[in-house]
Design a protein around this ligand. Sequence first.
Ligand code: NAD
Length: 499
Amino acid sequence: MNTIPHWINGAPATPAADTRTAPVYNPATGAEQARVALAGHADINAAVTAATAAFDSWSQSSISQRTTVLFAFRQLLIEHEEELGRIISAEHGKTVDDARGEIARGREVVEYACGLGDVLKGGFSGQVSRGIDVHDFREPLGVVAGITPFNFPAMVPLWMHPIAIATGNTFILKPSERDPSAANFVAGLYQRAGLPDGVFNVVHGDKTAVDALLTHSGISSVSFVGSTPIAKYVHETATANGKRVQALGGAKNHAVVLPDADLEFAGSHITAGAYGSAGERCMALSVAVAVGDAADRLLPVLQRKAEEVRVGPGDTPGTDMGPLITAAARERVESAVAAAPGQGATVVVDGRGLKVDGYENGFFTGPSLLDHVTTAMDAYQDELFGPVLAVVRVETLDEAIALINANPYGNGTAVFTSSGEAARRFQRGVKVGMIGVNVPVPVPMSYYSFGGWKDSLIGDSPIHGPEGVRFYTRPKVVTTRWPQPAQHEAAGFTFPTSN
Ligand code: NAD
């Protein structure tokens, strides 16, 4: 069986015979389709050595040289979108169109990075003191690492590496071991775009590889996206090892529906936000908070829409929703649905036990819709990361805002209403990083930062946009005097003040 290798110094790194490996499944068939090499310390050292060697010249390359590579890379991402989409779909299970959507969204970060000449401009202050000027500029950190989740195998790494590379760093990506092939494909595209060997490297692996990266003295920063417990661990460990860290965690995203909303519109968008990509999105809507009499009118719409979702393999045209990533993920989701009635919820649509013809061993579960969910129930408290929508009923908008703010996560949220006043009150009241107004999934825009609040972002650094440039660089402030030979002033021994 094919073993997916690391990509180090511009080439696949053939794993040693005794390398540990993990299975990579096709979630639609349930079959193991490849093994992936799991990096040990020697592999991480090899990647750091290659990235360190490449940093010397890449960090000195001109903005124009770097932009030329990024423009070519962007073009290759366009030309190979379908191919990369199929690679993602085969290992993740999402539909090919959905995979193409994540590639397109990630490509926008490359486009942002192509404009780096502008973004990297420093400041200048003339005559801060007599004959003295000050300016600043930003320099790359060195070798930086990215550790990413399974649910967006192209887009989440693309939030990181274009900006890191554009600002002159060299990059080591540790993608999810569950869908590793997209990372190697992207490495090949970078090489074809003219990126020098060693600037972008991929190491596959599990906790062993992550720990080696977090503690390696040759790595300057760690960007992490994944579940909250691992985000906390990564933040603590990497910070203790002197690294700059950005760590995005999990989510439980609420959509508030007010009685004045267009409920057909809201129901349709909430359904897509809840069940798209089988609910395996950090911006998936997993809770609908129905205010007042919206609930009784919204439920039939949600039920009808959930029952219309076409579940099947991701590469079959017409499929809305593919399988979950693993059999264990399906088990977690179906157990939560099974437990819901015992805790007082009503199962309106039950997706458990769904079988897809010809794909009986695939990791499929259908959309599930739960009503009368309360905040005490497991289906509300756990990040199920699957196609389960829980409806919670409240009486007022203020109650809905309080409910959202009491949740430990604060990644994304949405409000459906026709009232500008209510929408404004909502966006100013919620303690959440990304907000949609009649938009169910407020998507990442490359020129804004992306990141939640509370347990959805550990530390203080959101990802990409200007925040990404700041994260991957550090400032130098230069104070300059060019005295005329005849005007030398005597040097004073008191602390210099402006004059
Ligand atoms: P995960 O936390 O299990 O894995 C993320 C990465 O950490 C992977 O590369 C994995 O190999 C590594 N990892 C896993 N266990 C580890 C351990 N014990 N020690 C060290 N490293 C470990 O997450 P996942 O299941 O791949 O992805 C889903 C999660 O990611 C969800 O919680 C989702 O909300 C979150 N997510 C968040 C965002 C965001 O923007 N906030 C975006 C995408 C996904």
